[in-house]
Design a protein around this ligand. Structure first.
Ligand code: XMP
Length: 511
């Protein structure tokens, strides 16, 4: 069994894998294990430190999850985050109760003493909270290191046993110095060194894939987005002629997107692409479907059916390669104790009786890491820095049923938004920008006439991995231009609104 510098016990938080990636950014190799892993298996990893992740349960509830208490006796430092923090508090004799003031989003940290965990950070720093329980008193042997307005025991620790507890999530990008706090824990408290990098990741993935596939063939589905393109490039690099690359036009793409994808693969990447136009099939199956999860599942199933048909035309196709990211995995499936948020089409939306075995080399990493890998593999910056576009496409940006006339409206509005962002330099400053067609008509007045037409919502967010996001503070003039152009140029839309929700508690896509 391979060793890991840091073992992260996963109690089901949406952010657990983010802890691992923050450590990877420091070159520290961390491995995620289920919360109930046997102590002998944890020991076998010879960790220099243990992190207890957050999770959706309450430590006092019947369905609470506990790890083996011997993790506190391994003689290595332990850091508890959110649920992990409450578990430490309860284990060492404090009580944890439902909080009167639930805390989601920003809070400010006030230092109560100087501490190595916060080396190179500052008092008053912004941290990101997501909890509805609170620690009521301090466990014996621990002292408070920092508090926040709503959490008297926001950070506490026991210096003798090197056990530390944080109420907030240092792993999310919105915690101002979160990366430094995790670095301080791994490097200075646990003594880990930097040995991991993207080149070593690409090499180890290639070796794994080659050994797995042997002489069988792999069908790789591409969408033109960065994730699937990086997978195709990685596979082209390591299994060459055993790779079949397929692009399916599902009728849910943006203006000219299908043509652009064909052009990128055939001319720029030199990868032989099989293009299939299946738009009619997708649209007829989505007719009258309004439930977001049902839309996602129909789309996932239809993709697989088409891949099956294509694979039957070739010999020995056993594997389907996809650009699934950790964000898709964690929000789709029950990983340990996590809750399903959405069935991302390339994970939760797959049929149970699928014949292919899956190859998902990006499953443990995040979008910005994929981008770094794309550059490492020689893909163009244009492709690598495209905004993410979801597998189920515009279907999950149309509230209610998906029809060709509504798709057309959305496409027209979307082109305008992207044009305005690109011409003002804001496209590259934001993580994602798109329009959502709401199932809401409202009254307007155009040229003295009453209108009663559709509403478009503009969603533009800042994020670094898509796990958390905040709405982009676009200049009002830019928003005004976008709104004016959409209403003037798109027949059937008379109102534009701007989405000012963060993730959490909202998600980036509306469905
Ligand atoms: P949410 O809406 O979950 O989105 O906050 C996080 C990021 O994931 C993208 N997304 C998807 N990507 N298949 C994908 O390939 C999907 O089913 C899917 N759903 C959401 C979303 O655009 C955002 O970047």
């Amino acid at each position: 069994m391979k060793t890991a510098d840091i073992v992260i016990l996963d109690f089901g938080s949406q952010y657990t894998q983010l802890i691992a990636r923050r450590l990877r950014e420091q070159g520290v190799y961390a491995e995620l294990l289920p919360f109930n892993t046997k102590i002998s298996d944890i020991k076998a990893k010879e960790p220099k430190g243990i992190i207890l992740s957050g999770g959706p349960a309450s430590v006092y509830a019947k369905d609470a999850y506990f790890c083996d208490e011997k993790v506190f006796e391994l003689g290595v430092p332990v850091l508890g985050i959110c649920y992990g923090m409450q578990l430490i508090a309860q284990h060492f004799g404090a009580s944890v109760v439902p909080a009167r003031e639930k805390e989601y989003g920003k809070a400010n940290l006030n230092f109560k003493k100087e501490h190595g965990l916060f080396g190179d950070t500052k008092d008053g720093q912004v941290v990101w909270m997501s909890h509805s329980d609170k620690v009521e008193n301090l466990p014996a042997g621990f002292e408070v290191i920092a508090d926040s307005e709503n959490s008297e025991f926001c950070v506490f620790g026991d210096e003798k046993r090197k056990i530390y507890a944080l109420q907030f999530h240092p792993e999310v990008a919105h915690s101002e110095f979160g990366d430094k706090i995790l670095k301080n824990f791994a490097k200075y408290i646990c003594g880990c060194e930097s040995t991991w990098n993207m080149g070593s990741f690409a090499k180890s993935q290639c070796e794994k894939i080659k050994a797995l596939v042997g002489s069988d063939k792999v069908l790789c589905a591409v969408s033109g987005g960065v994730d699937s393109s990086v997978v195709a490039a990685l596979l082209a690099h390591c299994i060459k002629d055993n790779l079949i690359v397929v692009f399916v036009d599902n009728g849910l793409l943006r203006t000219n997107e299908a043509k652009q994808v064909e052009n990128t693969f055939k001319t720029k990447l030199g990868i032989n692409l099989i293009s299939i136009d299946a738009s009619e099939t997708f649209l007829s199956r989505l007719k009258d479907v309004v439930d977001p999860e049902e839309k996602r599942k129909i789309i996932g199933n239809t993709f697989i059916e088409i891949f099956d048909k294509e694979a039957a035309k070739h010999k020995d196709v056993k594997y389907l390669a996809q650009g699934t990211l950790y964000t898709d995995v964690i929000e789709s499936s029950v990983v340990g104790a996590s809750k399903t948020i959405k069935s991302h089409h390339n994970v939760g939306g797959l049929p149970k009786d699928m014949k292919f075995k899956l190859i998902e080399p990006l499953r443990d990493i995040f979008k910005d890491e994929v981008r770094a890998l794309g550059l490492e593999l020689g893909l163009s910056r244009d492709l690598v820095f495209r905004h993410p576009f979801p597998g189920p496409g515009l279907a999950i940006r149309i509230m209610g049923d998906v029809r060709s006339d509504r798709l057309e409206l959305l496409r027209k509005a979307d082109v305008i938004l992207r044009e305005e962002l690109k011409s003002t330099g804001w496209y590259d400053k934001t993580w994602q920008a798109f329009c959502v067609l709401l199932n809401v008509n409202s009254v307007g007045v155009m040229g003295d006439n009453r209108t009663y037409e559709n509403t478009v919502c503009v969603r533009v967010v800042d994020a670094s991995d898509g796990m958390t996001a905040s709405f982009s503070r676009l200049p009002y003039d830019l928003l005004e231009n976008v709104s004016r152009r959409i209403i003037n140029e798109v027949d059937g839309i008379n109102r534009v609104v701007y989405d000012i929700s963060s993730k959490p508690p909202a998600t980036i896509e509306w469905e």
